[in-house]
Ligand binder design. Structure first.
Ligand SMILES: [Zn+2]
Length: 512
């Protein structure tokens, strides 16, 4: 059974008859047609927007977007009747144009919009488009029964645009109407600007909030927030619309308050010091992001994976002195340090400061190592070694290698060898002159290759003077022996050294 027969059998007679009338009156327009699907517009008096009917002949099915609670409404009936009647017409021959089914004046028309640039913005003219020809549009869509234009295949968007324009066309669109007009125009496909097809979108073009490293040297390591124009904007219309990447769009403010606009639109924007990064990230940025596209031109903003501050000990070396300074830092590797309360950015991300945690660390520096923050403390020799002994109690990271050279080394095993006229004194790698000097100064520790070792005091009490003389002799001439060795008086407070025997010292050559 054909689709026509099926629908006629299903339809109530009253609706079917109404469909016949609509079809005969030429109120049906075939929009699209393929083997599977036919889309038709059925115009009904006093209804501005035609109904859309779909026919699926293969499936023997159909639909209509009206609200009639009928399997076959009058529009679906009109649709199938008109479609079948159209098929019955003789097929067009290739040599000749298809015969016109209707006179030009009676052919259904669509609505088109002709935009032109005007001194105050852009103007919108509305036309009827019949067989690809523009005709003047007289009257309004809602009052089209009186317009005498014949069948107008208008859409909801055409009606909405008529409302948005205040039912007045051919005028420059007022600024406050632009957003609604462009939103409706976006859904009206036949539109041109100054004679050329134009893409339209109701989505406002917003200014961009740009966040960048502050170029102002007075705000080193700081940030700057500025509101800048969308770089895609090609043409600005004075009624608050723009051509942005070829699309006509309204201009939006993103809902920034006049006060915010005043502040952020300044050419130099608003500066944030490194210390203020928390305010920037936690307050300003979310507020801007809620309203505007945000362009991040810096990679230094904290990313929400912040680590708490930590206490570290900077160490450096100056001769036999170890210089230490406890500081509070952020990041691992370090990206910033707190110097006398001020955040100094050293590279990478700027952290969000946690001042309560900083206070706790300040306290810890005092309690654990007895040192105030941010101040150098110099420890000499054995004092440095004793400080390094306690460095494990500190618990934090120690920066620099200097401190490692103040660790305690193992005991020195001294040996003296005389090889012909050469003197070899070995204090386990330590400089013999330093060992002897340290001993003469009454020191307890001496620097060796891998740290500081206790002086071999007992051995030195016995042989120190001899070694001192040997060294002095070697330094003076290098020969052995340049002059007779003589015993030295014991140092005050030191126990008497064993006097060496005459001639070669006892044990020399065998190692002591
Ligand atoms: Zn219907």
């Amino acid at each position: 059974m054909s689709l026509l027969d099926t629908m006629r059998d299903t339809a109530l007679v009253a609706f079917w008859n109404q469909g016949v009338k609509l079809a005969r009156a030429g109120n049906v327009h075939i929009d699209e047609e393929s083997d599977e699907e036919i889309v038709l517009k059925v115009r009904v008096a006093r209804v501005a927007v035609p109904f859309t009917v779909h026919l699926w002949p293969v499936d023997s099915d159909w639909s209509c977007d009206c609200e009639a609670n009928q399997e076959v409404c009058a529009h679906a009936a009109a649709g199938v009747i008109a479609w079948v009647a159209r098929q019955a017409e003789p097929a067009p021959t290739p040599e000749r144009a298809p015969p016109r089914r209707m006179e030009p004046g009676r052919a259904p028309c669509k609505v088109g919009y002709r935009l032109t640039t005007s001194p105050d913005g852009f103007r919108v003219e509305r036309v009827l488009v019949r067989l690809n020809q523009d005709e003047p549009f007289v009257g309004t869509l809602l009052g089209q029964a009186r317009s005498g234009a014949g069948a107008i295949l208008s859409t909801d968007a055409d009606i909405e645009l008529e409302e948005a324009m205040g039912r007045r066309f051919g005028i420059t669109v007022e600024r406050e109407r632009v957003p609604r007009v462009l939103a409706a125009l976006e859904l009206c496909p036949d539109r041109t600007l100054d004679g050329k097809p134009i893409a339209v979108s109701g989505e406002p073009v917003l200014p961009i909030a740009r966040i960048e490293d502050d170029p102002n040297p007075a705000n080193k390591d700081g940030f700057r927030v500025r509101i800048v124009r969308d770089p895609g904007i090609e043409t600005v219309f004075r009624n608050s619309a723009v051509l942005c990447e070829g699309v006509l769009r309204p201009v939006g403010t993103g809902g920034l308050s006049p006060n915010q606009r005043k502040v952020f639109y300044q050419r130099d924007g608003v500066s944030f010091q490194p210390d203020e990064v928390e305010k920037l990230v936690a307050e300003v940025l979310p507020a801007l992001k809620a309203r505007l596209p945000v362009e991040l031109r810096t990679t230094r903003l904290p990313d929400g994976r912040e680590e708490p501050p930590r206490l570290v000990l900077e160490t450096r070396e100056q001769g036999d002195a170890l210089i230490v300074r406890p500081i509070i830092v952020y990041g691992d590797p370090i990206t910033a340090r707190v110097d006398r309360g001020e955040l100094k950015v050293t590279g990478g991300r700027v952290p969000v400061r946690d001042r309560r945690a900083e206070d706790r660390l300040r306290q810890a520096a005092h309690e654990k190592i007895g040192l105030p923050l941010d101040l150098d403390r110099t420890f000499h020799g054995a004092g440095a070694v004793r400080f390094v002994d306690r460095i494990g109690d500190f618990g934090g990271d120690v920066i620099g290698e200097a401190w490692k050279r103040f660790r305690r080394a193992r005991d020195i095993q001294p040996s003296v060898q005389i090889d012909g006229d050469r003197l070899n004194v070995d204090f386990g790698g330590a400089d013999p002159t330093r060992v002897v000097e340290a001993w003469l100064e009454g020191a307890e520790l001496v620097r060796v290759s891998d740290g500081w070792a206790p002086l071999p005091t007992g051995w030195l009490e016995e042989h120190g003077h001899l070694v001192a003389d040997l060294l002095a002799a070697r330094d003076a001439g290098g020969g052995w022996p340049p002059r007779p060795l003589r015993p030295r008086p014991p140092r005050p407070g030191a126990r008497p050294a064993a006097a060496p025997g005459p001639g070669r010292p006892e044990g020399a050559g065998r190692g002591l």
